[in-house]
Design a protein around this ligand. Structure first.
Ligand code: NAD
Length: 313
C-alpha cells in the first residue's frame, strides 16, 4: 500500500454504501474512491454529488466504475445485498446473497485484486466466510463489520446511563451480528473500573443491564420500523475500520474476525475485538470471558456454524 495514494472500491451503492462513501469523503480518507453497483447510473450520480462536497473537505478522485478498476485497490468494501422479502426465510436470504457475493468476488479477483476485503452485507458473518472462501485471500485480509455497530450502540447506551463519553466505555457486543449476540458485562470497564461496580452505584440491576442489551440488539428493528433501513451507524463504523486500515493504526476495534482456535472456535467469522492495521486483522484479541459469557459465545458460534453448514452444503 502506497503511503501517498490509497484506493478504495465500494461495491453496493445503496443506503449503507452511499452513506459510507459520504463518511469517507467527510474524513478526507482515500485519494481514489470507486463506486460499483449493478445500478451504474446511480454510482456516477453519487460520485458527482459527493464531489460537490469536496470543496469543503479535501479534493479526492471519486467516480463510478467497475471491477476492472479494483486491480490496484487497497480495500474493497462490500455492502451489496438483497433485502429480506416478506415470506422469505433467513436461509432463502442467505442463498440469494451468497449468489450476489459470488457475482462480486469472481470479477473482483479476475481484476488481479490483492488487497483487503471488508464485508458489511447481511448475514455478515456468513457472507464474510463466503467472501474469504471464494476469493482465496488470507483470512486476515478478509473480515466483516461483525458486531462493530452493535458495540457502538451498546457503548452509546451505557454512556448515556453512566453520563460518560461512549468512547470511554470499554464494553463489547460479541458473537454473531444477530439474535445470539451478547454483551461482555462481566468484563466491561470504564476507566479500568468494572461496569458492574458503576451499575451498583447507580442502582442499576443485572436485569437493567440485560434490558440495555435487549435494546441494543433490537435497535435495528426500531429504526427499520420508522425509516425502512439503518445506514448512518454502520456506515460510520465502516469508515472507522477503513481509517484503521488506511492509516495503519493498529487500532483495537470490534470486527467479524476469522476464528483459528480463539475461544475454542474454528472456521467461522464472529464478532470479537481485533487489532486492525494495513494488513487487515493483525491479530484477534481473545478477550477474557466469564463462564456464562463463554457459554454464550459457544452458543452463538453454534448458531453461525449451523447456518454456514447448511448454506455451504
Ligand atoms: P440497499 O438495498 O439500499 O442497497 C443494496 C445495494 O446493493 C443496491 O444499490 C443494489 O443495487 C446493490 N446490489 C445488489 N446486487 C448487486 C450486485 N450483484 N452487485 C453490485 N451491487 C449490487 O441496502 P442497504 O440498506 O444499503 O443495505 C445493504 C446491506 O448492508 C444489506 O445486506 C443490509 O442487511 C446490510 N447492513 C448491514 C449492517 C451491519 O451492521 N453489518 C447494518 C445495516 C445494513
Amino acid at each position: 500500500m502506497s503511503l501517498q495514494h490509497h484506493k478504495v472500491v465500494l461495491v453496493g451503492d445503496g443506503a449503507v454504501g452511499s452513506s459510507y462513501a459520504f463518511a469517507m469523503a467527510q474524513q478526507g480518507l482515500a485519494e481514489e474512491f470507486v463506486i460499483v453497483d449493478v445500478f451504474k447510473e446511480r454510482t456516477v450520480g453519487d460520485a458527482m454529488d459527493i464531489e460537490d462536497a469536496q470543496a469543503f473537505t479535501a479534493p479526492k478522485n471519486i467516480y463510478g466504475g467497475g471491477y476492472e478498476d479494483a486491480g490496484d485497490a487497497d480495500l474493497v468494501v462490500i455492502t451489496a445485498g438483497a433485502p429480506q422479502k416478506p415470506g422469505e426465510t433467513r436461509l432463502d436470504l442467505v442463498d440469494k446473497n451468497l449468489g450476489i457475493m459470488k457475482s462480486i468476488i469472481e470479477p473482483l479477483m479476475a481484476s488481479g485484486f490483492d488487497g483487503i476485503i471488508l464485508v458489511a452485507a447481511n448475514p455478515v458473518d456468513i457472507l464474510t466466510l463466503a467472501a474469504q472462501k471464494l476469493s482465496g485471500l488470507p483470512t486476515t485480509r478478509v473480515f466483516g463489520s461483525g458486531t462493530s455497530l452493535d458495540t457502538a450502540r451498546l457503548r452509546a447506551d451505557l454512556g448515556k446511563k453512566f453520563n460518560v463519553d461512549p468512547r470511554s466505555v470499554d464494553a463489547y457486543i460479541l458473537g454473531e451480528h444477530g439474535d445470539s449476540e451478547f454483551a461482555n458485562f462481566d468484563e466491561a470497564t470504564i476507566g479500568g473500573r468494572s461496569i458492574k461496580a458503576f451499575a451498583k452505584d447507580a442502582n442499576i440491576s443485572d436485569e437493567d443491564l440485560d434490558a440495555i442489551l435487549y435494546a441494543t440488539a433490537h435497535k435495528a428493528y426500531e429504526i427499520i420500523d420508522r425509516k425502512g433501513a439503518t445506514f448512518y451507524g454502520v456506515a460510520t463504523a465502516l469508515m472507522r475500520i477503513s481509517k484503521a486500515i488506511l492509516k495503519n493504526e493498529n487500532a483495537v476495534l470490534p470486527v467479524g474476525a476469522y476464528m483459528d482456535g480463539q475461544y475454542g472456535l474454528n472456521d467461522i467469522y464472529i464478532g470479537t475485538p481485533a487489532i486492525i492495521n494495513n494488513q487487515g486483522v493483525a491479530s484477534v484479541i481473545e478477550t477474557p470471558l466469564s463462564d456464562s459469557e463463554a457459554t454464550k459465545m459457544a452458543a452463538s458460534a453454534k448458531a453461525l456454524k449451523d447456518i454456514a453448514d447448511e448454506a455451504f452444503a
